[in-house]
Design a binder for this molecule. Sequence first.
Ligand code: GLC
Length: 752
Amino acid sequence: MHLKTFLAALLLVAVAITNLYAQARTAVPTSQRVDAATTRKVNTLLAKMTLEEKIGQLVLYTSDYDVTGPVVRAGYLKDIRAGNCGAVFNALTANFTRQLQKIAVEETRLKIPLIFGYDVIHGYKTTFPIPLAEAASFDTVAIELAARVAAREASAAGLHWTFAPMVDIARDPRWGRIAEGSGEDVFLGSTLARVRTRGFQGMEGWDLLATDSTVVACAKHYAAYGAAEAGRDYNTTDMSEQRLRDVYLPPFQAAVNAGAGTFMTAFNSVNGVPATGNRFLVTDVLRDEWGFGGFVVTDYTSINEMMKHGVAADSAGVGALAINAGVDMDMQGGIFQGSLASLVRRGVVKEKTITEAARRVLTMKYKLGLFDNPYGRNDSLREKARTLTPENLAAALDMARKSIVLLKNDRDVLPLSKSLGTVALIGPLADNQRELLGPWSGAGDAKEVVTVRAGLTRKLPSTKLLYAKGCEIDTKDSSGFAEAVRTARQADAVIAIVGEEQGMSGEAASRSQITLPGVQTELLMELAKTGKPIVVVLMNGRPLDLSAVLPAATAIVEGWFLGNRTGDALADVLFGDFNPSGKLPVSFPRNVGQVPIYLSALNTGRPVNVNEKFTSKYLDVENTPLYAFGYGLSYTTFAYSNLRLEQNVLGQRDMLRASITLTNTGKREGTEVVQLYTRDEVGSMSRPLQELKGFKRMTLAAGASVQVSFEVPVQSLGFHNAQMKYVVEPGTFLVMVGGSSDKVQTLPFTVR
Ligand code: GLC
């Protein structure tokens, strides 16, 4: 063979290998694929567009119908009419969004429809439990249905796009936004990121988005927003790339693989670079590594805020940072509208970058069917018919019941008997509607909420239900205590409903103390002095420091914020019509000084040992959480036996197959969330003591037994090593199975 021919052949082979590698690197998940027909339509439209019109598609403004951040820009209608705004958020109802759509579709040169977005975080009109509460159910079917119901109501109200699921891992209860996510665990967080994305968008892929009952999801806040130092919202996050990739990024990748059509960048800086201008995150990882094909929107004026971060001196500087990092749409900042055209003319930004961003936005608009049917979601009759229906409210009740976690139940005081003569209902959240919707309740309507008082009244027609508020949620005023104590003395049992205001969690709601606000703990102590059984029900958006509540409470029920059906769900649990099955998706510390305290921690070289001085511990508190991740009681009891592995030596491509016998050893049917954890005992880097790798909800009749089996891919047991490579290193592992992370059966196994 001639040398020239040989070299040419060599070159061809080299090109082929490079392409294969490139393909492998950006293997686009099927759920992110765009069909050729859509691509053709987008190309045709792009070819007609001026630079300004392309930039217009990258601009998102809030309407004045509802506001979720700082100042509202007045001229958004003028911007729409001029083709300078292609997306609107916080505009609600089929009619109002129709009015705005008409401007875009009938008055602009190219008649490109608007996309309408909104924070549908835990329900649109029918309000479900806050996401952290839903996570406590560990019920992926119920959680997907909750997102599906939210999408059906939101799409009937003219919306195409929800700014959810929030998938930020959070391990600091001072951070108010812990309420909006799935808690501290990577596996649970990744599972629910997938489940909620599908709930909003329908199953895999974008082809379902054009139906009139789905909305495109938005995985947020990319990335590591939940790692804000000191739990102070918007604060710095700084960590190793290993921790970023092993803990904070996996739920986002799960959302990509589930087909999430959009992402939202976070306010915070990540290792010194604001997320909204972070090319490593937005292009290298999200697009090049994960194959994300949708569009990326910023958080509310987070481009502008990069000037405050100090990474650029002016609007043009931050605008260039964002667009060149791979961000596609500017939420509310006005920076893209004001700066991009001149940045292109000055050569700081390539027009191609703008064109590609507009392509991604227009592709989503085509996938949503906006061009074929711009008014497809503007039917106010259908909106009314779809909203707050009995089915939706039934789904909210089911989700609420399953989200409740029983933390303490001394003397089996719960469930209370329905034949109790007199029950005293005490506390600032006992007869309160407004707070029960919880943070980010969007279009939820407090008037529709079933209060605890209403729920108990319905449940106990023949019981004398006394009521006293006792105190406000967050004041120093204890003048209501006397009446509360008098009321308690007259009752056979006391139910105290205490907790936080809805505004004490969610955005811009960090707390430096995490005890019950105001004088609520003191109220509980006064009630306990009556000697009556005190059932404490918590309504809160974060783990609380319950150390002082514990001695005053005979029983403690974690009720979170449960939405529309709060009163019915709690009445069902308190009086035994529903056996609580929730488990904690986040550790509850004994006090805020322990924070961060979470399950998947490293062992350290001097693991805590109270009998040894020189070990990693506090002198003034027990060194375990008050309640561990995965903990939750039931009205029945469960026993675990006979943990077995199909094989205990496994290859890299094998499945770890474990099974255990679960027995209901109590007197009534119950549901148990069986949890599977693993530990990599020896690695090239120190590995966590326990990591959740599986869970199953099992409902069992009294006395029944069942074998519960798990299949865990060995490939899921890895981590990013010092060379930043994802590896599953050979060696000894442990598998642990039980009904709480601190009560497990353990077996060893080996990976070859
Ligand atoms: C807010 C929140 C974000 C929300 C957005 C639009 O500031 O950070 O979660 O989706 O603005 O309301």
